[in-house]
Design a protein around this ligand. Structure first.
Ligand code: F6R
Length: 606
């Protein structure tokens, strides 16, 4: 869950590497470091904290034509300068690592006995020494021998003073791309890091090693045989990853949702249905067979899957299971015949979600579908049926537009399965009609921005908050609570409103804000009773009321009216004001909205 970038060029690469790290900062930001080879000198700079702290340490005279750099999300060893990468061995090998080496302790003991000195608590330093122990003039051979002994996951980039124009990188379980320039070549954890310098990329496969120098590159498979991989031209531009006139990426991404949803639907829906081509030519055969659906995901993506479970059972009448990937991957599960496996992931690099897919006994399932936002990701490359959410780059750690486009994508999946299985055409037409209206409705809801900013003031000095929902809005309440806690650090919990009286009601007093989204559905009256239970205990209600769901509120309640009335897309719309609420509470509390403490955007470790 760290970010790595490396370069070999004729020119000074320090600025390229620092810019690359800034673009990878979403992967971790507790410390950063860079190693540069300039003629016969290997130099290293490291700093605790964000990439800017590192940039501040590097003077304009510092230069090097070969270099590696790293932004860290600590796993082994606390965030500190000494644990920051690059790690050195005997002042000639420098290495950056993304992932976890599981057997580092035994390797470390052996290397220690052989006289290697360790300065950090990291698993990574062990790998630097291991490579040094094998180095006899050829960096590729040393790296190849060393990685053969490693258990765990890694994306590695290594340079050596003795061969200053060469960089060796490899991947197993962690993402790594090669970027091809003119008389200069690069590696990075993902393409975004290198967009300012190239649009030509090679996606390394599991176990691959690559040797790059200024003019050339050579890829080797895990067996040591040279291999060739396709060169891809990415359509992403360096500018697509900027804040524009917004204060934070999260704010920009919340406001991009009308467009993101429109993009997600573009070319996929017809007047009254979903186009056949959306999930590829094989999908109709698979969808006809489906009798049950298993969804697996993490965090916000899990919440999208949870909403979809309600839809699937109601619309398709098919049983649906949803589970967090970190549990599913280690559990023996029973797979009923003709189960479709569905994963959701913004990044497509989440270790637990990927492992769940990779360990799947595919023969037990009738097919697998992944819903993802990053076309170049491992999940997309390893899945058979894929639907891209097309939300565009999401940089803020808290997921917003990825979530709403995941929900739209799940409705596209449901309609496609429904179509293959003979679902009533009028239901399909209703859903598609609502999807069509969605971008306009989202734009309208975003006009609540200032009203919600004012409401957020009430939360600034609170320590806890409750989010309540019923039915399909229970996972929306979960998502609202997750958003609030991760960026404002206010403890927030979500409950199905009917569960309140079974315990959490004991927490309700005048200091406990209770957030409720009230759709105008069959459960409205039940929800109303739950809200009375809160009021009777002095709790203050913050109600986001869909059109037609106006309740007999009292002066104490804060009611924000949402002018939309829908049946299927209601949970998507309900998400927007909850995102704005979390955003403004966090801004007013002065937290680091885009890079909240202890978190990272892409969770590539388990
Ligand atoms: C929360 C958030 C995380 C991610 C989770 C899964 O705002 O962003 O909970 O949803 O880490 O990530 P992806 O979707 O990339 O698999």
């Amino acid at each position: 869950m760290c970010g790595i970038v490396g370069a070999v060029a004729q020119r000074d690469v320090s600025a390229i590497l620092i810019e690359g790290l800034r673009r990878l900062e979403y992967r971790g930001y507790d410390s950063a470091g860079i190693a540069l080879i300039d003629r016969n000198k290997l130099e290293r700079f490291r700093a605790l904290g964000k990439v800017q702290a590192l940039a501040d340490k590097i003077s304009p005279e510092q230069a090097g034509s070969t270099g590696i750099a790293h932004t860290r999300w600590a796993t082994h060893g606390a965030p500190s300068e000494v644990n920051a990468h690059p790690h050195f061995s005997r002042d000639r090998i420098a290495l950056v690592h993304n992932g976890i080496i599981e057997n580092y302790k035994e390797i470390r003991e052996k290397l220690f006995a052989d006289g290697y000195e360790f300065e950090s608590e990291t698993d990574t330093e062990t790998v630097a020494h291991l490579i040094e122990s094998y180095f006899e003039g050829d960096l590729y051979s040393a790296v190849h021998k060393a990685v053969g002994q490693l258990e765990g996951t890694f994306g590695l980039a290594v340079i050596v003073l003795d061969d200053p124009d060469t960089l060796v990188a490899c991947r197993k379980g962690s993402p790594l791309v090669v970027g091809l320039g003119i008389q200069e070549n690069f590696v990075a954890s993902d393409v975004s890091a290198l967009l300012p310098v190239t649009n030509r990329f090679i996606y390394l496969e599991e176990g691959d090693l690559v040797v790059i120098n200024q003019k050339d590159y050579q890829i080797y498979g895990a067996n040591g045989e040279p291999k060739e991989l396709e060169v891809n031209i990415t359509e992403m531009s360096a500018d697509s990853i900027s804040k524009g006139s917004y204060r934070h990426y999260m704010q920009k991404e919340i406001h991009e949702q009308a467009n993101a949803v429109a993009e997600c639907l573009e070319g996929r829906i017809s007047e009254n249905g979903v186009l056949d081509s959306v999930f590829g030519p094989d999908s109709d055969r698979i969808f006809k067979q489906v009798k049950q659906i298993q969804i697996v995901a993490c965090g916000t993506s899990y919440h999208a899957g949870f909403v979809a479970k309600y839809w699937i059972e109601e619309i398709l009448g098919l049983p649906c299971q949803i589970e967090v990937a970190s549990e599913f991957r280690y559990r023996k599960s029973v797979v009923p015949q003709d189960t479709l496996f569905v994963t959701l992931s913004q990044s497509g690099e989440t270790a637990d979600t990927l492992a769940a897919l990779r360990n799947l006994p595919l023969e037990d399932y009738c097919g697998s579908v992944s819903i993802c936002n990053v076309p170049e990701s491992s999940l997309v490359r390893e899945s058979s049926l894929v639907l891209m959410t097309r939300a565009g780059p999401e940089i803020g750690v808290a997921s917003t537009k990825a979530f709403t486009t995941q929900l739209v994508s799940m409705l596209l999946l449901i309609v496609s399965i429904g179509k293959a299985r003979g679902l009533d055409e009028s239901v399909i037409a209703d859903i598609v009609h609502e999807l069509r209206e969605l971008p306009g409705q989202i734009s309208e809801l975003l006009k609540l921005d200032q009203q919600i900013e004012a409401v957020a003031e009430d939360f600034v000095d609170k320590h806890h908050a409750l989010f309540l929902g019923r039915g399909v809005h229970y996972p929306i309440a979960m998502e609202g609570a997750l958003k609030l806690k991760e960026i404002s650090y206010i403890h927030a919990e979500a409950y199905p409103a009917g569960e309140l009286k079974h315990g959490p009601l004991a927490l309700v007093d005048t200091e406990m804000p209770v957030v409720v989204v009230t759709p105008n559905d069959d459960l409205l009256e039940k929800l109303h009773s739950n809200m009375q239970e809160v009021k009777a205990r002095g709790g203050k209600l913050y109600v986001f009321a869909h059109q037609g769901a106006k309740l007999a509120e009292t002066e104490d309640d804060v009611v924000i009216q949402m002018n939309c009335e829908t049946r299927w897309t209601t949970p998507i719309l309900s998400t927007i004001p909850l995102q704005l609420l979390s955003y403004y509470v966090a801004v007013q509390r002065g937290t680091d909205v885009d890079q909240p403490r202890n978190l990272a955007k892409s969770v590539t470790v388990e």
